[in-house]
Design a protein around this ligand. Sequence first.
Ligand code: GRF
Length: 204
Amino acid sequence: MKKRVGILISGRGSNMRSLIAAAANPAFPAEIELVISNVGNAQGLAYAASADIPTIVIPHKAYETREDFDRAVDQALANADIDIVCLAGFMRILSDWFARRWEGRLLNIHPSLLPLFKGVHVHEQALHAGVRVSGCTVHFVVPELDAGPIVAQAAVPVEIADTPETLAARILAEEHKLYPAALRLLAEGRVRLENGHAVFTSPS
Ligand code: GRF
């Protein structure tokens, strides 16, 4: 049976679009069943709606604590019977409670080769460090920020003339291929989180 996927966004939603596009293939092992945004006017919401995917806005400002907000998100995911959650440009730090509750079923995409350049201003960090290669990472989410076990990575060259914007664009193109590939691995049970490590099994 196909895994039921919920995507959490805060903005543009281009990674969300790539997941929706991949799931449109009948052979893909997961279906996108719900998109949740903490921002009411997130650009991605309109696209999800146009693709006939249910959308919910859960404004974080309406909740007193981080965990109250996370409980509302969790409830919405449970109501839709979601198996796997993909963070895709979701700009809220999730509580330890949420990360533990969804342990092994919660993925994030980050625009660097983790463990390098965590947090924000990622491309500025990369250019400042002078690395000649950067990229993107899909990882399991654990309570510590941008620190979960790695599911998949893609590398791109850093060009001498790069600005944060040109580097971001080169990496984003790779993100759009990497996230569907990583979700496929998890949905097919070819990667799992075990004792804090990503464990891979080859297809039989
Ligand atoms: C991506 O670069 C992603 O890696 C990062 O935030 C950006 C989101 O872009 N977490 P989009 O909303 O998916 O277009």
